[in-house]
Design a binder for this molecule. Structure first.
Ligand code: GLP
Length: 252
């Protein structure tokens, strides 16, 4: 299905979507072993990372020459903090596959000069030749990376304040204590995201259905940062039945 220039792919379950996405990434890496890959965190990509690890163990994917850039990180947390996204990625992907340590790129949430850290990240992405394929999750409030809904959006990598809803959605990383979830984060900006050559957004589960509808069929508005993906030439939105349940052309 194609809506507003976006390709929508529907899958029977989160598991089938995860398997298909892992195979897709493996194929892309086979074609372009030096691929520059943008990666998300969250619960949604966990089965996808598990599938990638399984493919790697079966000798069916090789990250040896690939470069990765993660989308975002909590501010104030050193990379080795148990709640950091860096730790999450180590646990779910990097410790199991052969991405070269020097080609894993992450925002450092503990950087003393956050503005300089954000500039460094942008430069690093440019020097790597830009993102070939950026994988995204979707916040239930329509955020991508940590670009939260608001009056305006920020173009480049920046420090941002997190909404309470987003802090609640991330509480599992902090022993379910919302108070322990950092209030600020660093994130790729909207232009950083929209400059990726290809984007695949993965959304699963019924809690994402309203945001998926707004992303695909709603007006382009900073109140739904993901709606800006309608402006991109090569976006695919991959959903399971539950997340895609409100996508039909009629009313909500
Ligand atoms: C976090 C991340 C986003 C992610 C979102 C959805 O806030 N910063 O990049 O897409 O959560 O998470 P989940 O997949 O757990 O619903």
């Amino acid at each position: 299905m194609h809506v507003n220039g976006m390709t929508i792919r529907r899958f029977a379950s989160p598991a089938t979507a995860a398997r298909a996405l892992a195979r897709h990434v493996a194929r892309c890496l086979a074609i372009n072993p030096k691929m520059v890959l943008g990666l998300p965190t969250g619960r949604t990509p966990v089965p996808f990372y598990a599938e990638l690890v399984a493919l790697f163990e079966a000798g069916r994917v090789d990250f040896g020459r690939a470069t990765t850039f993660n989308l975002d990180e909590f501010a104030g947390l050193p990379p080795e903090d148990p709640g950091s996204y860096r730790t999450f990625m180590q646990r779910h992907l990097f410790s199991h596959v052969n991405v070269a340590a020097g080609r894993i790129n992450f925002l450092n949430g503990a950087a003393r000069d956050m503005a300089a850290e954000c500039r460094r990240y942008e430069q690093r992405i440019s020097r790597a030749g830009g993102l070939d394929l950026l994988l995204l999750g979707l916040g239930a409030n329509g955020h991508i990376g940590f670009n939260e809904p608001g009056q305006s959006l920020v173009a480049s990598t920046h420090k941002t304040r997190l909404t309470l809803a987003t802090r609640q959605a991330n509480a599992a990383l902090f022993r379910h204590k919302v108070a322990d979830v950092p209030r600020e984060a660093l994130s790729m900006g909207m232009t950083t995201i929209l400059h990726a050559r290809r984007i695949v957004l993965l959304a699963t589960g019924s809690t994402k259905a309203p945001a998926v509808r707004r992303l695909v069929r709603g007006p382009i508005t900073p109140q739904v940062p993901a709606s800006f993906l309608q402006l991109h030439r090569a976006v695919e939105v991959w959903v399971d039945e539950a997340a895609g349940a409100r996508l039909s052309a009629g009313g909500e």
